[in-house]
Design a protein around this ligand. Sequence first.
Ligand SMILES: CC(C)(COP(=O)(O)OP(=O)(O)OC[C@H]1O[C@@H](n2cnc3c(N)ncnc32)[C@H](O)[C@@H]1OP(=O)(O)O)[C@@H](O)C(=O)NCCC(=O)NCCS
Length: 634
Amino acid sequence: MLDHTEAKRRLEEMRQQYPEKFAPLERIFGKIHRGARIFIGTACGEPQFLSSSLVEYVSSNPKAFFDAEVFHVWSLGIAPYADDRFRHNFRHNSFFIGQTTREAINRGAADYTPLFLSQVPDMFFRRRVPIDVALIQTSPPDRHGYMSLGISVDIVKAAAEMAGIVVAQVNKRMPRTLGDGFIHIRDVDYIVPHDEELLEFLPERDNEAIQKMAQNVARLVEDGATIQVGYGATPNAIIANLREKHHLGVHTELISDGIVELMKLGVIDNSKKTINRGKAVATFCMGHTDTYEFLHDNPAVEFRTIDYTNDPLIIAQHENMVAINAALEIDLTGQATAESIGHVFFSGVGGQADFMRGAVLAKNGRTILALPSTAKNGSVSRVVPFLKEGAGVTLVRGDIHYVVTEYGIAYLHGKNIRERAMELISIAHPNFRPQLIEEAKKHNLIYQDQAFIAGKRGEYPAELERTCLTCKDVECFFRPVNIDDEGLLKDFFYSLSDNSLYRRFISSRKDMPHERLQEFVVIDYTREMVILATEKSDGKETVIAVGQYGINPGAHTAEVSFAVRDAYHNKGIGSALLEYLTYLAQRQGLLGFTAEVLVENKPMLHVFEKAFPDLDRHVSDGVYELRMKFRTVK
Ligand SMILES: CC(C)(COP(=O)(O)OP(=O)(O)OC[C@H]1O[C@@H](n2cnc3c(N)ncnc32)[C@H](O)[C@@H]1OP(=O)(O)O)[C@@H](O)C(=O)NCCC(=O)NCCS
């Protein structure tokens, strides 16, 4: 920030040069006419002194102006414009709803204008939303007479360009940020020097569910990606989980403490960005004073107007763009609201849709909707059959690639309604899954006979996921089967050669309809286990092998079987799967495996013999019946 004497000296120079701009507040406010549209700077950049002076002025001159409309993109509520006592003076109109305006808007005492934030400046320029007065806050002027809008450039610049009267509170604590946010003293009508601490924004605390969800999101962010992250407890936890990444870039609406932290750590270096390389680009900042200090005169951060940062066509130019946003509710068809809870207006369209649409268009772009599976202390599911009546659809079914909760990751893009519903049910909170299955059946979103195992027994054991190296140095990802894997398994079984299918099932049956497939994917994890070996390419997962066991009724052993894609035979995958299943079965206290293997199936027999040299065998009708005992673990 500018040193105190330097700031004072510059202002003195300006006072000499433009004495008419340094008028008393009474005179300035006296120029505001009835019905005027007054714009007030955004969030932490709000000119607090001007805001409270305006309210004081109206309190002592109640008839001074009536029906003024106060515009904000986001207010932290330092001035009570929406108070009943000012109802004849002010009507609050907000492009985004914060905690302090929510009540007044829902009571009908203030207005909300839903608009993509990228388009607000154009509304000002075309005078569809005319601005008469702009109350803004700036840094002290530089030696050329330019002042910086600092931490709030967003729509403030456009408002200042279009307003008939521009009043700037010049505050030496406002950082001079680089980019688009400069305004020349010539273009300001009145200067009100007043130093005060900028508003700070402290996000809510997170919890265990948010932490787990954030870890899941971090798995989807690759080194070199350019990220946009929304605001609140969820995005903050996500940012904190990106510390192990490398060469991330930032093109975002809001720059937060977390992003600055990652810049200081060198995780965000913007070195791989397709455009604006080397610079983090944002339009406003909400955070701690330390963060504001970091932004002062910092060429690594560029503040641009919101019609640039949020323009989907600019966002789309970033290769590997990852837009990460939170929502209040998502329905089983994949439409989400971040704006309202039923009829209650909660936040706003904001920049979320701008960023998600831009990222969908970007080369190798990803959109991630991150939300804890429940709200209100676990009493309400955020995954719902259909959005509640009255909800504003912020993201439509085509906008979302990934949905992430603390229970995992659902991939929706390009999936049909049945697949989406199953994916989303699999990451909903287990307490709500039976209900979601029922509702989904009722509305024909999923198969009428869709199997489902409620409670712990049917819960996906994510802790069993692991990467392993086979004896032939092939890296495999092993994970338990999940309720939404039917499509993947269908592709897998139909990819097998007739010979492999025959060897696997010892039957000439070749079809794999839904009824048969769901026996593989909907399992009681305490009685059986199906482990998939999968491979990912271009974000698409493919099953390359399946190993499974089911506990033999009346015995303390389990029947085991395998299938590996033909092209992957003899790479050690079958053996590695057997080793992992043996570990899992032993952990469950089982004593051994049984298996039926065709006498001609030499590879399978070899795999079993290698692992259990003293296995027991009987032949009957060309099939070996094998018994394998686990070695006692000491
Ligand atoms: C049986 C099957 C699961 C093995 O999977 P895989 O990933 O190829 O297994 P691995 O690579 O771990 O091991 C295969 C072993 O068989 C050996 N083998 C291959 N063909 C063989 C043959 N004709 N005779 C003897 N051994 C043979 C390989 O050399 C290898 O042994 P090694 O590790 O000592 O070199 C796979 O072949 C398959 O999916 N077959 C079709 C389905 C099936 O038969 N399922 C079994 C039902 S229980």
